[in-house]
Design a protein around this ligand. Structure first.
Ligand SMILES: Cc1cc2nc3c(=O)[nH]c(=O)nc-3n(C[C@H](O)[C@H](O)[C@H](O)COP(=O)(O)O)c2cc1C
Length: 464
């Protein structure tokens, strides 16, 4: 039955219609082990980032879709806006939450498996990189209930499939999910969790939000979707789950239990080390008859795209704009693993650049290296930012260095008080002020006359 609500299928149809070059249907049979990773990453080496829909997956009757968030155009389509509007639209939508709605019409309940019928291994879960400890569900939106019993929290946490109804789950200690687990464990209670695999991309984008714990992430997903998120009662959980999902896995994180999990290819493009992680016990799996499995290739451009755009970028833009109204744009380039930030400003007073850097470095724990430039620099182009650093920076005057600041434990070069490169999450933050000084005759950037620049249409000069 065709429905008028947004889901993964309506999004794929929208992309196929509005941006067909962004949607690649792969008919070639692919293995669940490594091949999709190799394919998507090889396309990336040629600067190609289409959504990849693998129709023919070995040992599975179901297709796998990947690379949904690898470019700004695809993310913009998920939010029904233009790529240059993403940050602004994201901020505006979060100010206008849309409450979820219950429904009886739930495609995700077409198949319901409980108890002994449950087997995670029946899902087409890929193994992505050579040294990964096992197959990983990498694109699961993990939903938990906040302690107030009203709001839900969403985050994406990887799940290593380790048995028919068991998986190792990694939640970064700085994330809200970890705080909810800590609160549950203090009471020696399990933490109920639903894992959604496959939905409209707005749900995954909503899961990456930086709003305070206690904000209802279902209402936030509605705001990004532009319509209420449809919910249905869960089989085994005390909170409802998204009705238009492809797959929902219901279960509990066991209190106080830790088992070996990882190595795993992280967003840093390095393996994260083996660790003792919480254990998720599956109680039920529900899915559509013809479900589409969503996979994010870890340590790929898609992984970073979803994590950084728009949530971290828009959030930083909002914070900096509050203290510094002449900020033009904020960009977290995808080649910086989330650790690099570029900002362009209209410089009004000498010293402005340094103040912006101080705000940037303190506003987002991930940002380790920040660069501020003038508004004549296009911060979406690395070449321009590097050019500004080469011609407008003197290291004794334009750098800020902050040793022993907190960042991510997954930064391979992070350290602790006693040891370097130990992955203990302390880093040395650096700000580079690549703005021109005001009030001096700083050399002008070369240009051809504006009218000549505008009328020179390169296509007319190239061979047909
Ligand atoms: C593809 C992808 C995989 C991720 N995997 C993890 C993970 O395994 N563990 C984790 O803590 N965060 C992971 N993250 C980041 C969190 O999902 C993200 O920071 C989220 O906002 C955390 O939500 P929370 O603070 O509400 O817990 C991942 C992000 C993406 C895009």
């Amino acid at each position: 039955m065709k429905r008028n609500t947004k889901d993964l299928r309506s999004y794929l149809a929208q992309v196929a219609q509005m941006a067909p070059a962004l949607y690649l249907k792969v008919k070639h049979r692919v293995s669940l082990h490594y091949e999709m990773t190799a394919f998507v990453k090889k396309l990336g080496t040629e600067s190609l980032y289409p959504i990849a829909y693998f129709e023919n997956v070995e040992k599975s009757d179901h297709p796998i879709v990947s690379n949904l968030f690898a470019n700004r155009r695809a993310i913009a389509l998920a939010l029904d806006c233009r790529p240059d509007e993403i940050n602004q639209v994201y901020i505006e939508r979060l100010d206008n939450l849309i409450q979820p709605r219950m429904t009886n019409d739930a495609p995700v309940k077409e198949v319901v498996k409980r108890g002994d019928e449950v087997d995670l291994r029946s899902l087409p879960v890929p193994k992505h990189h050579e040294k990964d400890a096992g197959p990983y569900i990498s694109a699961g939106v993990c939903i938990t209930k906040c302690r107030d019993g009203q709001a839900v929290n969403m985050g994406m946490y990887r799940l290593m499939v380790s048995g028919p109804n068991e998986g190792g789950i990694f939640i970064n200690p700085l994330h809200h999910g970890a705080e909810l687990l800590r609160q549950a464990e203090m009471k020696k209670e399990p933490l109920e969790m639903a894992i959604v695999v496959g939905h409209h991309p707005a749900l995954a984008i909503a899961s990456q939000n930086n709003e305070p714990l206690g904000t209802d992430d279902y209402a936030l997903a509605g705001a990004l979707l532009g319509e209420p998120l449809l919910l249905v009662p869960a089989e085994t959980l005390s909170f409802p789950v998204p009705a238009m999902a492809e797959i929902v896995i219901e279960g509990k994180i066991l209190p106080g239990v830790r088992k070996e999990e990882a190595p795993f290819g992280e967003y840093t493009m390095c393996y994260g080390m083996k660790r003792r992680s919480p254990v998720f016990k599956v109680k039920a799996i529900t899915h559509r008859n013809d479900y589409i499995f969503h996979d994010v290739i870890p340590s790929s451009r898609e992984h970073l795209g979803l994590w950084i755009i728009p949530s971290k970028e828009a959030n930083l833009y909002k914070k900096i704009k509050t203290v510094f109204p002449t900020v033009k744009e904020v960009c977290l380039p995808l080649n910086g693993s989330g650790y690099h930030a570029y900002v362009s400003i209209e410089k009004v007073r000498d010293g402005d650049g340094k103040n912006v850097l101080l705000t940037l470095l303190g506003s987002e724990y991930m940002v380790k290296h920040a660069v501020v430039v003038d508004e004549d620099i296009d911060i979406r182009k690395d070449d321009e930012v590097l050019w500004a650093i080469s011609t407008r920076v003197q290291a004794d005057q334009d750098l800020i260095i902050v040793p022993r600041a907190r960042s991510s434990v997954l930064d391979p070069s992070s350290y602790g008080l006693e040891s370097l490169f130990s992955g203990e999450g302390m880093v040395t933050k650096m700000g580079i002020d690549a703005t021109k000084p005001l009030g001096t005759h700083f050399p002008e950037k070369v240009q051809v006359p504006d009218h000549v620049w505008k009328k020179t249409d390169v296509k007319k000069y190239l061979p047909k």
